[in-house]
Design a protein around this ligand. Structure first.
Ligand SMILES: C[S@@+](CC[C@H](N)C(=O)[O-])C[C@H]1O[C@@H](n2cnc3c(N)ncnc32)[C@H](O)[C@@H]1O
Length: 257
């Protein structure tokens, strides 16, 4: 039987217009689409004849365990199908795309990676926050704030990060925000550093909550903020006052009551 193939495709951060041309072409040709929770349903309509498989993943709620997803991709490809594994943002930025690629390589299944626009850069951009800015920030780091993940936690050295880069972008950090803010301040980051919490960035539901490192956790708690949120920490956040350009319709309607 003819061997199929798998494309690990970044769906972008939410706004379906941010999907790449290459990703869209593969999606339209796909026979099987395995997709994640954060993928906009409008993208799935681009593959009306394909079999759609929901692979899950809200925080703490895995619709399909990672090993099952890997096995599913291998199984469909071995049955000769063109598979698109559609993942939120970029597949290789906290997307476990590396693990899926490893499983495909081990099984001898041909695969390609189509990068996507990561929420790490897109959510700040839609909030009017440049991650670098001449005279303000010349470096940024993207890290996970997920506490439940042992390896990831060990991998984020908050003490060193506190002053090592100008702008910090934290994904999956809402639950750990009080600890993150405390650690950064304890290790030398100014308590008055501006912080933005961009929720559902690039979508019609985008909201932006701002504060300072020493009060943003309390603000987030008061607002009962829930994921998905990109946290941006650094002086560049102040630029949003002049550069915020995106006016999501539904958030506006909501604000207007
Ligand atoms: C498992 S990670 C996947 C990241 C993804 N691969 C990427 O490149 O954007 C999920 C986290 O990404 C962030 N995220 C993804 N989409 C988002 C969006 N539209 N708005 C805000 N945060 C988002 C949140 O921090 C969320 O908890």
């Amino acid at each position: 039987m003819r061997l199929g193939s798998v494309a690990l495709v970044g769906a972008g951060p939410g706004d379906p217009g941010l999907m790449t041309v290459r990703g869209l072409a593969l999606l339209r040709d796909a026979e099987v689409v395995v997709y994640d929770r954060l993928v906009d349903p409008r993208l799935l309509r681009e593959a009306p004849r394909a079999r759609h498989v929901f692979a899950g993943k809200a925080s703490g709620d895995h619709a399909l365990p990672q090993e099952r997803i890997n096995a599913l991709l291998v199984m469909h490809a071995k049955r000769g199908r063109s598979v698109v594994r559609l993942k939120g943002g970029d597949p290789f930025v906290f997307g476990r795309g590396g693990e899926e690629a490893e499983a495909l390589a081990a099984a001898g299944v041909p695969f390609e990676i189509v990068p996507g626009v990561s929420s790490a850069v897109a959510a700040p951009a839609y909030a009017g926050i440049p991650l670098t800015h001449r005279g303000v920030a010349s470096s940024f780091a993207v890290v996970t704030g997920h506490e439940g993940c042992g390896k990831a936690r060990a991998g984020v050295d908050w003490a060193r990060l506190a002053t090592a880069v100008d702008t910090l972008v934290v994904l999956m950090g809402v639950a750990a925000l009080p600890r993150i803010a405390r650690e950064l301040i304890a290790h030398g980051r100014a308590p008055h550093t501006p912080v933005a919490l961009v929720r559902w960035g690039t979508t019609d539901w985008q909201t932006v909550l701002t504060g300072r490192l020493d009060d943003v956790a309390a603000r987030a708690r008061a607002a009962r903020l829930e994921p998905p949120v990109v946290i941006v920490i650094g002086e560049v956040v102040a630029l949003a006052e002049r550069l915020a350009w995106f006016r999501p319709e539904r958030a506006m309607e909501h604000a207007l009551g």
